[in-house]
Write a protein of this length. Structure first.
Length: 396
């Protein structure tokens, strides 16, 4: 028996060693299906399917909670660049959202990628969504289970969900689908989440209502095989938050708006303002307070705000908690024009403005480079936002 196990282990090691030489040729969904065995032994999953279709074919439970719908958003106020630059990543339609109950599925932690029992990858739960071949799961040399969970496990992991913004936008709103499908916490044995490093992350999970004793502590990459898995789909489309994600978070808080004006500083972080002192002085003339989040929970400040100015980054994620009619002025790095905060603001009924900044020199990495914003353009934009807020107050 021991010799058999050793021989099988040696064969698997040989197969994996051979695969590593050929891996680039099979790192796509269409090519992976030609590999022998399955991803428990070598390579990525052999096939993929939409979760609704998979559940129908294999007799699994599927609850559609939110129907597919055409996208209907107000155009963004892109102050000094074409709105089409922001709208290019806004899809024409939002897919249906729901929750499936799967048997013996694997979760690739912390990314939340789901591989069903027959080695089928389910992209509806991933940030990459329809861009199936972009998902790094196709770069994995193997997906052998490293731990098993008995009972019913709820997956709330998603790509980059250790980032506060992705946790609030992409991960925890899946509880809306869980709740609307009629599930209760008594139905769940375990909850899979990313590691909660900051105060903001921990308090967000507490606010969402997850029983802390059900959270499974995992500290390193893992492939978790679940006896039964509750799998809510991704909220909306990557970089685009649906209205029901805002509805979920607003249902958890109740705090009056108090007319505060906030400047959210990224001091000490990437993509910070090189002329922040100048910007802070300018905004001080309009009654703005400066807040440095640094991982702290500041959502109560957002609930009390009537106007918010801040550079693109996770610290702006708490606009989910803003009241309708609050104004957001996003200071946008030239290499980071994405509709995350535009779509959240639109879904929340806020006024949204984007000012495109500039780099003081050619950056090494546009994803992290610091940038500057024109004080003159910012002054004019604050005045425009004041006008919109004032007109809203005077409206019958």
């Amino acid at each position: 028996m021991e010799a058999t196990r050793t021989g099988t282990g040696n064969i698997r090691r040989l197969i994996r060693a051979a695969y590593r030489q050929l891996a680039p040729a099979f790192a796509k969904s269409g090519a992976a299906r030609w590999l022998p065995l399955d991803s428990r032994v070598v390579g990525p999953p052999r096939r993929w399917s939409h979760t609704k279709d998979y559940c129908r074919i294999h007799g699994n439970e599927w609850h559609e909670v939110v129907a597919a719908s055409p996208t209907n958003r107000r155009p963004p106020h892109c102050v000094n660049y074409p709105p089409s630059d922001m709208m290019r990543l806004v899809p024409a339609a939002t897919p249906a959202a729901g929750i499936g109950k799967l048997r013996n599925a694997r979760i690739v932690w912390p990314h939340g990628w789901i591989v069903a029992e027959d080695d089928t990858y389910l992209p509806d739960h991933s940030w990459f969504g329809e861009a199936i071949d972009e998902c790094p799961i196709y770069g994995r040399a193997e997906l052998t289970p490293t731990m098993q969970l008995q009972g019913v496990t709820l997956n709330l992991c998603t790509d980059w969900s250790s980032n506060y913004g992705h946790l609030l936008f992409d991960s925890l709103p899946r509880l809306y689908l869980f709740e609307r499908a009629g599930y209760k916490w008594d139905d769940v044995s375990h909850v899979l989440l990313p590691n909660l490093i900051t105060e903001g992350q921990r308090t967000a999970v507490s606010l969402s209502g997850i029983p802390i004793e059900k959270i499974v502590p995992i500290e390193d990459f893992a492939v978790v095989e679940c006896e039964e898995l509750l799998a809510p789909t991704f909220p909306g489309v990557r970089r685009n938050s649906p209205a029901w994600a805002v509805e979920f978070w607003r249902s958890k808080v109740s705090r009056p708006q108090r007319g505060r004006r906030l400047f959210i500083s990224r001091q000490g972080a990437t993509r910070s303002l090189v002329n922040e002192n100048e910007i802070t002085t300018l905004l001080g003339e309009f009654g703005f307070e400066t807040i440095v989040s640094s991982g702290k929970a500041i959502r109560e400040d957002y609930q009390e705000a009537e106007m918010i100015v801040g550079a693109h980054g996770a610290a702006l994620a708490d606009i989910l908690f803003c009241h309708p009619g609050t104004a957001l002025i996003e200071l946008t790095p030239p290499g980071h024009v994405y509709p995350y905060y535009y779509t959240v603001a639109d879904s929340a009924g806020m006024f949204y403005f984007s000012i495109l900044g500039s780099y003081p020199s050619i950056p090494r990495d546009v994803k992290t480079a610091d940038f500057a914003v024109s004080p003159e353009i910012l002054r004019a934009t604050v005045l425009a936002a004041e006008g919109m807020i004032g007109a809203q107050r005077e409206a019958p």
